[in-house]
Design a protein around this ligand. Structure first.
Ligand SMILES: [Zn+2]
Length: 342
């Protein structure tokens, strides 16, 4: 039996107590004094989920001041040329390093929008068993064989923004993914506002960014129960700020992602800190950052409605140094974090 003690994120919120782990599962979550010597103390939370990453581009050095479009727009943005021209072993090395750093930062799973079709997905699968992979097709035309090939390795399909691909292509890919009952996600309103009705007609599992979205667009996502993954630090590098307070006001499910490895480290505490600051500036509640950090990604991946730790859970946890104020502890990169379990 292993014990963790401190401020535990339970289904009823944070409570002083302890967690017992046995045979890879949480066997007890209780308030009060820990009955045994704890192996770790602090703020005890479920393993973190990074809702949006591009793990392979960490080796790319970006020229200062480069506009977002020149950097990431397919097919010939700098990032895409880098991914095409860099040897597979170098990219796999970057992805392996990214997965290692993610685990060190308490991240249990990262949802990667993997470029490079089926082969790109195989590369990531070969170096990490903790990536949820959403593959991006290479062909500019809908190719059912290519989608089947990607889905034989990946968990779903992750597409660039709707402005980058023709509507007929989007519809065909979305129909295919729905038939296979897999995940479909796409970048939406990152550089320019895009038509949310078109996006929602695809029935996506979630959307990423919504930086340029209107209040009405966000409300439509909330009503359609399509979660939004926000990437505050990545957006900030291009002078953009996602309307986080509005997302929470409308009741949307919000998760957070650290986006491209070339832009931001896979550190959810840094992301949560930036998230909380933006919420404060927008008149929102900075504590909503904790909901996005701890619950948002898990709701998307596991369709869980109750997120806090409870007996029977897989032992997939993180313990953060501290234990007095979860918002401070979980948004500070200065606090040590340790992953527990799988
Ligand atoms: Zn992205």
């Amino acid at each position: 039996m292993e014990y963790l003690s401190g401020l535990v994120y339970t289904r009823g919120g944070f409570a002083e107590g302890y967690v017992a782990i046995e045979d890879g599962r949480v066997s007890e979550v209780s308030e009060g004094a820990c009955p045994g010597r704890p192996s770790a103390e602090g703020v005890i939370v479920p393993g973190l989920v990074n809702g949006h990453t591009h793990a392979a581009d960490g080796g790319l050095r970006i020229p200062p001041g480069m506009p977002l479009e020149d950097l990431v727009a397919p097919p010939d943005g700098l990032k895409h040329r880098y991914l095409r021209e860099t040897p597979a072993e170098v990219l796999k090395g970057s992805m392996r390093e990214y997965a290692r750093t993610s685990a060190e930062n308490g991240i249990s799973v990262f949802v990667d929008f993997r470029e490079g079709g089926e082969e790109g997905c195989r590369m990531l699968r070969s170096v990490s068993d903790r990536a949820v992979i959403l593959g991006r097709p290479v062909s500019p035309e809908y190719d059912p064989c290519e989608i089947d090939g990607i889905l034989s390795v990946a968990d779903g399909i992750g597409l660039p923004s709707v402005s980058d691909v023709p509507p007929a292509y989007l519809e065909a890919v979305a129909d295919h993914v729905r038939r296979e009952r897999r995940m479909l996600a796409l970048h939406v309103s990152e550089r320019v506002r895009e038509d949310i009705d078109t996006v929602l007609s695809l029935d996506p599992s979630f959307v990423v960014h919504m930086t340029e979205a209107s209040d009405g667009d966000i409300l439509k996502c909330a009503e359609a129960e399509v979660p939004i993954v926000a990437c505050v630090r990545s957006n900030a590098l291009f002078g953009r700020v996602p309307p986080l307070a509005r997302m929470f006001e409308t009741g949307a499910d919000v998760a957070m992602g650290t986006d491209n490895a070339m832009l931001c480290s896979p550190d959810m505490r840094a992301e949560a800190g930036a998230f909380a600051r933006v919420l404060s500036c927008q008149g929102g509640d900075p504590r909503d950052a904790l909901d996005a950090l701890l619950a948002g990604g898990r709701k998307i991946l596991y369709r869980q409605t109750e997120i806090g730790l409870a007996a029977g859970n897989e032992a997939d946890l993180a313990v953060v140094e501290g234990g007095k104020d979860p918002l401070t502890d979980l948004t500070s990169c200065a606090r040590r974090i340790r992953r527990i379990g799988i």
